[in-house]
Write a protein that binds this ligand. Sequence first.
Ligand code: GDP
Ligand code: MG
Length: 300
Amino acid sequence: MSEEGRRCGFIAVLGAPNVGKSTLINHVVGTKVSIVSPKVQTTRTRVLGIHLEGPAQIVFIDTPGIFEPRRRLDRAMVAAAWGGADGADIILLLVDAERGIDRNTRGIMEKLRTSGRKGLLAVNKVDLVRKSDLLKLVSDLNETELFSDTFMISAINGDGVDDLVQNLASRVPQGPWMFPEDQISDMPQRLLAAEITREQLYLQLHQELPYSTTVETETWEQRDNGSIHIRQVIFVQRESQRAIILGKGGQRIRSLGAAARAELKEILDCKVHLFLFVKVRASWGDDPERYRDWGLDFNA
Ligand code: GDP
Ligand code: MG
């Protein structure tokens, strides 16, 4: 494609935890770049999802859901979200059609008003609500006059998402692409691999684990036969949590490993050997080094 007429811009995707930000971005990008889970606050740090729509390169910034920050880690995540919004060309606010305007959403709208910018509104999960309830919510949201356009979407089945993407493509500024045309994320593969294991922890252990559980990819070796050997450590804060992850006779960790390996095989498109270990490391939530690794600001 000729370089003339190209467009490129950043879209900050904001919204309360669990509204479907990561689901939307994965759907548009066409593969997993951000983990999704029914439990809140799975997105730790800024993740880019990059999509080409005709001449437009659209770069989504997936942000941790905004919530009321109390702990240091929470504050750092909120700061990261707003950092992403400040630098973005477009702010896209997602609202959960079923949950409506909750405290987090209200908080984000207040910030948007203070910033003096207009955002785009996408009401997500329209598959879950009645049309009349949906229209009432959209009208309430538009009374705030914070939005220049409204989209009703279902990120999970793609309804309305094409319209939204076309609109974003027409709005991003003219200019050269900032990423190679085949790049879909800025997340290094090692980090993505760790995120995939972390997602399985959430999916398989539900409420049993605190969200301070982290996964790190320690080694990543490409073998001559094309397969990849990955060694990861799951860090927990207490011995009791280690026992939960291992499960009876090591059953749980085997099942975690099998699910994560299947997903990695799909994404990396090659044979994957995944080795998981569990270690106890007390209170990483106060360790400045971890924050740096995650691109978060320890002093936020
Ligand atoms: P995030 O915290 O905003 O990134 O939200 P996620 O993308 O992790 O999604 C949170 C939960 O909502 C997951 O269980 C998703 O499967 C679910 N979800 C996301 N989009 C939709 C949707 O359009 N319809 C329905 N029914 N569920 C959705
Ligand atoms: Mg998310």
